[in-house]
Ligand binder design. Structure first.
Ligand SMILES: NC(=O)c1ccc[n+]([C@@H]2O[C@H](COP(=O)([O-])OP(=O)(O)OC[C@H]3O[C@@H](n4cnc5c(N)ncnc54)[C@H](O)[C@@H]3O)[C@@H](O)[C@H]2O)c1
Length: 326
């Protein structure tokens, strides 16, 4: 297939783009590089520097190349920033997504895989969080992702555009060639590695009074290569799938303290910890139920343990201590 990957210069998008190329697909990345890196665009992929907010640039990309499918990752993803600037999240995540759908509609592209998030569920009414949990986002980030999931349903009904939404839990890890490198890092594992590399003096632990065994938040970590595998399976099956949304997590919860301890073990660094207050809107436990993806798609994650995930992230960081060339 010839596939447009929006956000393909970012962490998850670059790994997916590389996996698609390895599987024999042709890939064009569309990214405005606000967070991504030119050097992360995999060899062999075409590149269009444009924002999904720019409807005419998006349309031009669709008119330039005849695509069979889209993998749509471009978006704003910081929960904290979504509280400060919800309008930007609606513009990029919802209107930007509609611009992509309109480009597809006008040029006859009928398949899209969308990067959604566990944040569409808000405070979970049940753990593990399955596809039948209630969807009540508690921040603008989750709300805009859910709104676009719903838009996909209507584009399917009106225009026959087939879609699959994957709700990632905490994406992490790295491949030999691609890893996490953000200017404003908010994710636990890359922050821990920044401490190891001396870029930060310590890690702040937000809240040590949660109702969990070690009193710190529990999250579900899923390796980026396993996320990429799900996208390949989703593309293979998209024409026949009735289920359109799948949770992607390892199904295992790891507390913040466990992840810190794992990073200490993997890197051999003491990693000093500062205790901070809880952040508003941080649920105590978020763990995925991903049986549907396993049963329907045959998803078979290869990185089940947090140690493997942290080790792969550390291997990448050790090889590229400055991240991607800027
Ligand atoms: N990282 C996670 O744990 C996680 C969890 C759930 C969902 N997601 C979703 O997965 C997607 C990718 O996340 P990531 O962690 O790789 O983030 P990332 O910031 O590394 O990648 C996002 C990419 O999108 C690009 N982008 C952003 N806005 C754009 C715009 N308006 N036009 C064109 N390009 C734009 C950025 O430059 C970047 O390259 C996001 O949509 C995010 O919401 C991520």
């Amino acid at each position: 297939m010839r596939i447009l990957v929006t956000g393909g210069a970012g962490f998850i998008g670059s790994v997916i783009a590389a996996s698609l190329i390895e599987a024999g697909h042709e890939v064009v990345v569309l990214d405005d590089l606000r967070y991504g890196h030119c050097a992360a665009v995999p060899a062999g992929a075409g590149f269009v520097k444009a924002s999904v907010e720019d409807a005419s640039a998006v349309m031009a990309a669709f008119r330039e190349t005849s695509f069979d499918a889209v993998v749509h990752l471009a978006g704003e993803a910081s929960v904290g920033e979504s509280a400060l600037d919800p309008g930007r999240f609606y513009t990029v995540n919802l209107q930007g997504g509609i611009n992509v759908l309109e480009g597809m509609r006008c040029t006859g592209v009928e398949r899209i895989i969308f990067s959604s998030t566990a944040s569409i569920f808000g405070e979970p009414d049940r753990i593990p969080i399955t596809e039948t949990n209630s969807q009540k986002p508690i921040n603008a980030y989750g709300e805009t992702k859910l709104a676009f999931e719903k838009a996909l349903k209507w584009y399917r009904r009106s225009f026959g555009i087939r879609h699959v939404s994957f709700r990632y839990f905490n994406a992490c890890g790295a491949t030999a060639t691609h890893g996490e490198d953000r200017v404003k890092e908010t994710h636990l594992i890359p922050i821990l590695l920044q401490v190891v590399l001396g870029i930060r003096p310590e890690i702040t632990l937000f809240g040590t009074d949660y109702p969990t065994p070690d009193r710190t938040c529990v999250r579900d970590y899923v390796h980026v290569a396993d996320i990429a595998q799900a996208h390949l399976l989703g593309l293979d099956r998209i024409d026949e799938l009735e289920e359109a949304a799948y949770n992607l997590g390892s199904g295992t919860g790891n507390s913040n303290l466990e992840v810190i301890e794992t990073a200490r073990k993997v890197t051999g660094h003491p990693i000093p910890v500062k205790i901070g207050d809880r952040r508003p809107g941080d649920p105590a436990v978020l763990v995925a139920g991903s049986d549907l993806a396993r049963e329907v798609l045959g998803w078979d994650p290869q990185y089940a343990h947090i140690e493997q995930m942290v080790q792969s992230a550390w291997d990448w960081r050790s090889n590229f201590p400055d991240g991607y060339p800027k």
